[in-house]
Design a binder for this molecule. Structure first.
Ligand SMILES: NC(=O)c1ccc[n+]([C@@H]2O[C@H](COP(=O)([O-])OP(=O)(O)OC[C@H]3O[C@@H](n4cnc5c(N)ncnc54)[C@H](O)[C@@H]3O)[C@@H](O)[C@H]2O)c1
Length: 248
């Protein structure tokens, strides 16, 4: 049997690396798509991993990336929309460029990737989409554009699962809570983060934080045949904090 192929956007980041590791263990060939460091990230793996430098906000770049994966392996079985940014801002100090940049990476990127994979899914008779959302879509966060983009991903998923279902494509969201990756480390000083992680764990009924592997294992399930009848769904990987108020 031919090994399935996955594209993981934001593949050079913390969660992307964990997702690639889980998918490789399940027999996937993995294309790590990132705007920077994709090739270096791919070099860290053994197995069939391709580093693809691309910007998910740029349609020509997305199209070229999907074509590169198709030219290399001939198919795309799973698309994991994982690239994401959260530049800090508030409603009161909003600068439009920040709002647009956040929506472009977190929401426009996923729909562009889906669009350019559709011809392959039509030919193959199916596929899988998993987009990495966030618990903030439900419980609220602190960054307007980020929360709006993650809520938007749920809306996009619920439309896309109807349109692409007849092609045999499932479309779902995995919504994590706070996970220790560069995503957060870049935004706050280590002392604050230490304190914050303690408060976050305390808000969990399980008393602990989510780890990248928890998210990756859920993605691996959703792209597997075991999840063939799950679509249009949001799975929170949040250690029970999905309904907790915003934690600061
Ligand atoms: N870390 C958390 O606490 C947390 C919690 C909930 C959800 N998430 C979501 O998980 C996903 C992955 O986050 P992470 O923690 O691995 O962050 P990360 O910063 O480690 O990785 C994100 C990756 O996305 C890439 N990227 C950004 N803009 C891009 C673009 N235009 N084109 C291509 N690649 C681009 C970055 O280069 C980076 O490698 C994001 O969607 C994030 O919103 C993270």
């Amino acid at each position: 049997m031919t090994a399935p192929v996955a594209i993981v956007t934001g593949g050079a980041g913390g969660m992307g690396t964990a997702i690639a590791t889980a998918l490789l263990a399940d027999g996937f060939r993995v294309a790590l798509l990132d705007r920077r460091g994709a090739k270096e990230a791919a070099d860290q793996f053994t197995g069939e991993v391709l580093g693809v430098e691309a910007d998910v906000t740029d349609e020509a770049s997305v199209q070229a990336a999907v074509e590169q994966v198709e030219a290399t392996w001939g198919r795309v079985d799973a698309l994991v929309n994982n690239a994401g940014i959260e530049p800090p801002h508030t409603v009161a100090d909003l600068d439009l460029a920040t709002w647009q940049a956040t929506l472009q990476v977190n929401l426009t990127g996923p729909v562009l990737l889906m669009k350019h994979c559709v011809p392959l899914w039509r030919r193959q008779g199916g596929g899988r989409v998993v987009s990495i959302g966030s618990r903030v879509w439900l419980g609220g966060g602190w960054t307007p554009a980020y929360s709006a983009s993650k809520a938007g991903l749920v809306g996009l998923t619920r439309v896309a699962c109807r349109e692409l279902g007849p092609l045999g494509v499932t479309v779902n969201v995995v919504a994590p809570s706070f996970v220790h990756t560069a995503f957060n480390a870049q935004k706050a000083d280590p002392e604050f983060l230490d304190d914050y992680t303690g408060r976050f764990a305390a808000a969990s009924p399980l008393g602990r934080l989510v780890e990248p592997a928890d998210v990756a294992n859920t993605v691996a399930f959703l792209v597997s045949d075991r999840a063939r009848n799950i679509t249009g769904e949001v799975i929170h990987v949040a250690a029970g904090t999905q309904l907790a108020p915003a934690i600061r």
